[in-house]
Design a binder for this molecule. Structure first.
Ligand code: AMP
Ligand code: ZN
Ligand code: FE
Ligand code: FE
Length: 287
């Protein structure tokens, strides 16, 4: 089995990249993609540990997409050339905007009488990437809330006193960025778009015109029926079927690495072969 959707402490997971790889090896996975949000900072450590443990690591990334459809659109990139300067610059820009957003959220929470500091949030985040789960942790540590769900429900969800939008790339730019670094571009968890069948087909058609390669049909938050409907759609549109748990460690404790929620995620090794065929190998470097 393989898992093509995981998050480490480089974004908003709670295991360090090397711990994540160790867990994957213990679970008996043969391959794992590290797909942190908006950063590839965890990739070198994951590759190194994967090599030591004989586990194939796919360098990946997950991008939030600006989209007017109402639901949430995320794209996954697989086999990204993670050392590419252009990619690093664009991701760095996204993380800089995230940092400013986290500062604005802290100011809003302070104005609402909640005493947390940006320095605390930075310490919890421990890297370039800051997301709402880090703000949720700060609220928990301050004793304002007792769990993540309460932090989002009372303060961090849209319409709550600590909500701020984040900067995102548009779908065309994001897919072209992924393709420019040799990656296979996949629409993550189609369910979160909140479209009916016809709307989803139109949306996927548009993404395909920008270069989309696949659909993440298998995902912890999909029902059996949704998984099979997304597989059918992928087949009709000549797209790859991929899958992963969306493991975040203790930030989403009901989701298990390699198996999702109550074993609902089972991604066969054959998905990896299809993915590898679709990637653009790096151009041969001159001497
Ligand atoms: P951000 O990208 O900074 O807006 O943060 C979004 C992340 O927050 C998502 O990736 C989820 O992992 C996490 N998240 C959203 N709602 C909740 C929730 N109710 N409980 C735990 N994590 C959540
Ligand atoms: Zn996340
Ligand atoms: Fe996602
Ligand atoms: Fe994810």
């Amino acid at each position: 089995m393989i898992d093509l959707h995981t998050h480490s402490t480089a974004s908003d997971g709670t295991l360090r990249p090397e711990e994540l790889v160790e867990l994957a090896a213990e679970r008996g996975l043969s391959a794992m993609a590290l797909t942190d949000h908006d950063t590839v900072a965890g990739i070198p450590t994951a590759l190194e540990r994967g090599e030591a443990r004989g586990l194939h690591i796919i360098p990946g990334v997950e991008l939030g997409i600006r989209w007017e459809g109402g639901g949430k659109m995320h794209l996954l990139g697989y086999y990204v050339r993670h050392q590419d300067g252009g990619l690093g610059e664009r991701l760095g820009w996204l993380c800089d905007r995230r940092r400013e957003r986290a500062q604005r959220i802290v100011e809003k929470l302070n104005a609402a009488g909640i005493q947390i500091s940006f320095a605390q949030v930075e310490e919890i985040a421990s890297g370039q990437f800051i997301g709402r789960p880090h703000l949720a942790r700060a609220l928990m540590e301050a004793g304002v809330v007792s769990n993540m769900g309460e932090a989002f429900g009372r303060f961090l969800n849209p319409g709550r006193p600590g909500y701020e939008d984040k900067e995102e790339l548009g779908p065309e730019e994001a897919i072209k960025l992924l393709k420019s670094v040799g990656a296979v571009a996949v629409l993550a968890h189609p369910r979160t778009l909140k479209l009916d069948a016809a709307g989803l087909a139109r949306c996927v058609e548009e993404l395909k015109s920008y270069g989309l390669d696949g659909l993440e049909a298998i995902w912890s938050g999909h029902s059996r029926e949704q998984m099979s409907a997304y597989k059918t759609l992928a087949k009709q549109m000549n797209l790859l079927v991929t899958g992963g748990s969306d493991f975040h460690g203790e930030n989403k404790p009901d989701i298990k690495l390699g198996s999702g929620r109550r074993n609902n995620v089972q991604v066969p090794d054959s998905v990896l072969e299809a993915l590898r065929e679709r990637r653009t190998p790096p151009a041969p470097s001159g001497r």
